[in-house]
Design a protein around this ligand. Structure first.
Ligand code: FAD
Ligand code: NAG
Ligand code: NAG
Ligand code: NAG
Length: 542
């Protein structure tokens, strides 16, 4: 314990200590191998690792510690609420290095974590202390001769893949945000603008090269370790490091996409959500109406008290076809209205989630919650809006940092798949929600208020669908939710995942991302919530 305190300062140490306390308080069946040993080599400095490990790795490999000027950028996080604690960064120059790095870490009882886009949001990442394996140099892309698939390095990210393929006449399934690691998203399902046509990213994974927790490099495909392929498609972060993978690709389609962005005031909330429900028809969205999403947030130039409804629509095809589907929206008086036609590679820019956009920015402390919906409930959305408005009046600093995100993909390609064929459990969710509250550092009272709000909004979303269960997309989960709400309620799902875990990662080396087996959640201590996400955050109050 004491050595942990010496590693970190201030409130972060308290936070981590609380985690460690719960780790120790709740004995699980999984061996705990690292807590103490890792620290016995805390003396293991960058130079020693360079000497011992560097000589075994490919020439392009980088190894550096906190004093290196590259460290800050390499370890930057989208969410600073509970970032992983990185002692050293190893950036393999070649995929064959990954296996050697894992073996070296195991030999020295050091935990390791693959990092790509740095957008992982779960509080579980904050329990990690050890070596970051940066995937950033593994970005090869090879389109196969039959032009139906491509091999990608384990470090590619959405924007890179989209541009590379588009310029060569292809598209594939990626996340919608350019900055997000393709695999970070894919291993949990992967929602993006082509899912209406082609399904989620997991639906297009053909095979993967995976390094297991013991350092073995294996092929995971329909003919090799095929049981693991099912798990990689939705719960993959629990099982290995993907060093490369083969994904289906498709002819790129129309040269331009149409976009239409609106800002409405709160008075228009009911007509807007009515129109959204009409457009989506409970999971029957026109397939080319690829993605719309909208935020409630403050725009001071419009109102100091009333959050705006800022919505953006992207359509795979012509303005004429798109606008025919948007007539109901066009009849709602807007305070801002912008439309145009751009190549697919620029759709993220006009929708506000390109690499340099605000939503991609690192370094903020964020309080989040999520929900999966089928249709929008107007009563619930009005309650959520009014709750926002009340904060804008009484707590403007809190309100100014908050965005309440509503996503509506076209989902035909998602629903078309047999839900049992992958570990992604939520194919009947058509809308993905995210409460995203940026809070300034060092203001625990405000943070507490943000948690209260995040949980309130989540509860309102779920109360708005009383006949459905609470579902939390693993990649939007904050890490406090019950496992069944992340990996699926059907008992066979977690049973199967746990059995595969025993087979492929018996030492539980991959337990830092909404882990299927993670001591803090398994215990009967104070970390276990009563459901609905309430109360769990008491973890941090010790
Ligand atoms: C701004 C923003 C936009 C988003 N948009 C979308 C979206 O459109 N669609 C969607 O589905 N999700 C989206 N997400 C959620 C996103 O899928 C997750 O945050 C994802 O975990 C991010 O992956 P990363 O590589 O960027 O993050 P990291 O923090 O680097 O990684 C997240 C987790 O993935 C693991 N991981 C990363 N690379 C590998 C690898 N090669 N092998 C094994 N494990 C690996 C890491 O170990 C870690 O546990 C978004 C998130 C943010 C913050
Ligand atoms: C939406 O469709 C599902 C079936 O896919 C159905 O169970 C549900 O009741 C529908 N919801 C509404 C509000 O019509
Ligand atoms: C805020 O509103 C103005 C219109 O008054 C608009 O031009 C601007 O783009 C809005 N900003 C954001 C971030 O929505
Ligand atoms: C909509 O939400 C309200 C408020 O939570 C709830 O009472 C109502 O039952 C919901 N309506 C439907 C159709 O689910």
């Amino acid at each position: 314990m004491r050595s942990l305190v010496s590693l970190f300062g201030g409130s972060l140490a308290t936070l981590l200590l609380t985690f460690v306390h719960i780790h120790l308080a709740s004995a699980a069946s999984v061996p705990r191998y690292s807590d103490l040993e890792a620290r016995t080599r805390a003396d293991l400095n960058t130079n020693t690792v360079r000497k011992e490990l560097g000589s075994r790795l490919s020439p392009g490999t980088l190894i550096f510690g906190p004093s290196d000027e590259r460290f800050a950028a390499a370890t930057a996080r989208w969410n600073m609420f509970a970032p992983p604690q990185i002692q050293i960064v190893v950036q393999p120059g070649d995929e064959a290095d990954v296996s050697k790095i894992v073996r070296y870490c195991n030999d020295n009882s050091i935990d390791f974590l693959a990092i790509n886009g740095g957008h992982g949001n779960s509080v579980s990442l904050g329990t990690f202390v050890g070596t970051q394996i940066s995937m950033a140099s593994l970005r090869n892309i090879n389109i196969q001769a039959n032009r139906k698939s491509a091999w990608f390095g384990g470090g590619v990210y959405g924007g890179l893949v989209t541009k590379y393929l588009w310029e060569r006449g292809f598209v594939t399934t990626t996340g919608s945000c350019d900055c997000v690691g393709l695999l970070g998203a894919a291993l949990g399902g992967g929602h993006g603008r082509h899912e209406g046509l082609y399904g989620m990213v997991v639906d297009n994974i053909r095979q993967l090269n995976v390094v297991l927790g013991d350092g073995r490099a294996i092929r995971v495909s329909p003919t090799s370790n095929s049981d693991l392929l099912w798990a990689m498609k939705g719960a993959g972060h629990n099982f290995g490091i993907v060093t490369s993978f083969e994904l289906s690709i498709f002819p790129r389609g129309p040269d331009t996409w149409h976009y239409h962005n609106y800002i409405w005031t709160g008075e228009q909330l009911e007509p807007v959500f009515t129109a959204l429900n009409h457009l989506h028809k409970n999971g029957s969205t026109p397939v080319n109406m690829a993605l719309n999403f909208g935020f409630f947030f403050m725009n001071a130039s419009i109102s100091a008290t009333d959050p705006i409804l800022s919505w953006t629509f992207a359509y795979r095809g012509s303005a004429q076809d798109a606008e025919a589907l948007l007539t109901e929206f066009n009849s709602i008086p807007a305070v801002y209205d912008e439309r145009g036609d751009v190549p697919y590679t620029q759709v993220s820019k006009v929708q506000g989630n390109a690499e340099d956009d605000f939503i991609c920015q690192d370094g903020n402390k964020r309080i989040t919650s999520t929900a999966g919906l089928q249709v929008y409930n107007l009563t619930a959305e009005r309650l959520i809006y009014d709750g926002f408005r009340a904060r804008a009046i009484t707590n403007p600093i809190l309100a100014a940092g908050c965005g309440i995100l509503h996503e509506g993909y076209s989902t035909a390609g998602v629903s078309a798949r047999n839900p049992d064929d992958s570990a992604y459990p939520f194919r009947s969710d058509h809308h993905l929600m995210l409460f995203n509250g940026v809070v300034p550092p060092g203001d625990p009272a405000l943070e507490e208020q943000a948690w209260e709000w995040a949980n309130e909004v989540k509860d309102m979303w779920n109360a708005g669908q009383p006949t459905r269960t609470e579902n939390n997309y693993v990649n939007y989960a904050n890490g406090f939710e019950d496992l069944e709400t992340i990996y699926g309620r059907e008992p066979w799902r977690l049973q199967r995942l746990r059995a595969l875990k025993q087979k492929y990662d018996p030492q539980n080396k991959f337990r830092f991302y909404n882990a299927i087996i993670a001591e803090p959640r398994e215990g009967k201590g104070k970390g276990k919530g009563k459901g609905k996400g309430k109360g769990e955050r008491r973890l941090f109050q010790g």
